[in-house]
Design a protein around this ligand. Sequence first.
Ligand code: AHR
Length: 605
Amino acid sequence: TLTIQADKPAHPVSPMLYGLMTEEINYSYDGGLYAEMVRNRTFHHDWSGMQHWIVDNAGDSAATIKMVAGDGPSEALLDSMRVDITTATDAAPAGVRNDGWWGMALKPDTTYEGSFYARGDLGSVTVSLVNNTTGRVVATTTVDGITGDWKQHTFSLKTARIEASANNHLLLSFKKPGSVMFQLVSLFPPTYKNRANGNRTDLMEMMAGMHPKFLRLPGGNYLEGDTVEERFDWKATLGPLADRPGHRSPWNYPSTDGMGLLEFLEWTEDLNIEPVLAVYAGYSLKGTHIAAGAHMQPFVDDALDEIEFTMGSADTKWGAVRAKLGHPQPFPLHYVEIGNEDNLDHSGSYEERWPQFAKAIHDKYPNLKLIATAPVKRGLQPDLIDDHYYKRAEEFYTMTDHYDHVPRTGPKIFVGEWATREGSPTTDLGAALADAAWMTGMERNSDLIEMSAYAPLFVNVNPGGMQWESDLIGYDAAKSYGSPSYYAQSMFAQYLGTEVSQTQLTGGVHTRFFTSVTRDPAKGEIYVKLVNGSTDPQPLDVKVEGAAVTGPAAVITLKGDARTATNSIDDPTRIVPQTSRLRTSAGIHHTVPPLSVQVLVLTAK
Ligand code: AHR
């Protein structure tokens, strides 16, 4: 029997409990959320050179491509692609194609907005979208006005009644001999809320479905970079795309920085959530750290500027920069994280770095909550500590009570990265069950655990798309799906009450059986979360004291027939929540199915 003392709450639930954490890993932005369709749009020859650009000459036409250094439309983009066409006619044009991020996803009756910088003696270029298999041109247009001076040209490509697929490429074609240079060749589909330089609609909708309260950005390891030079240098991610040089990410592929700081912040705005801003704190992954003191001061100033860019009014220096970029309204910022996983800096330098950052930020912004990434003895005490847990299912089952025993006298906890690492590329039902068990512990301890975020959030499931196994949401260029863990998260966050109810669980209970009960008195609802990680059904009577339950309960169930059962890009909805009803008039007698996560929504006044 599960007895719920509805009128005796143990403590409030942290309203910030569930959020998102992302970084550039597994092609999360380029090749993922960031909707750019052209791969290697800026020809960074020190990373991937001409990769994904392929000469595609029709008939007897002839053209070659090569990188030209020191010639581009901006200081940031000085290495360009030169196309030399020796033979080409209207009937047999020469061409160069881009194969996209494992293809280019096209839909019927849709307009794609493109642009490129070019200079040359050709006058015009034909731009087309072409089906890889049939060679059929599904959209085409001509860009005129190409001269000897670098200039940006824009174009639109509209598809007709085609079949939706990712099996397409972009073709630039040339109908006469000559030479032309290209830089920043770009193509976007319609984006979420129609933002220019925006995000994929399907992935934004999937995140909205998780009912998050915040986004921790920009990482993760991506904040730190392998070296100081490869950190997320936010100032180099602002403004026109032609002014963004991009940088190498620690997950071994280049980042265009099309997803720059302002785009991250607009992402939070579009989901109506708040940013949790992680500032670079002078430590990079290969072990270098900046010595605290005078050497560190420019990095501290940079963090202060970044905070001002985020939350300062348009009258401040960096708030004015944000306003000039089109966003006069400050973003709501309440949490700043100093560094990432500084517990891995075995030199112990965080003990010196933290006080310098924390004092400077606190002096200027005393109301911000500061998050440390390791326990600290010196300087200001952090408001929160960011704890990370990547575990196997059996480990999580044994540690759901971990925070029950942590004293409430120190900083609050941000479980800033956690996941059950089982299943690939996305997690399976067995992982989702252990995730749910762990979440019951987080909810029960949400007087201490103020926030949490699963990681990693995204994975591009194409071969070569994954650097880290066991992720939450998978996708290719055209489609996306949620893992069973995604649905467990969504259920827990959707039915989050405002107070944790006191409960007692008595009688015969299987191992791997976990509960969490929260209540929202204003809504008149009690949420009973039940996790049965065993292969046996779990009979359960639910007794509510201190409130009258009325009407049938809604029962939301996520279950499957094996721990390895999962969703995939080709079978995206095998394990998804189903809703049923449960009578409550003669008492709540219920059986929790094997291998299941359930939420009972009780109407109780
Ligand atoms: O989420 C993957 C990585 O795990 C993050 O980049 C890092 O913070 C952690 O070690």
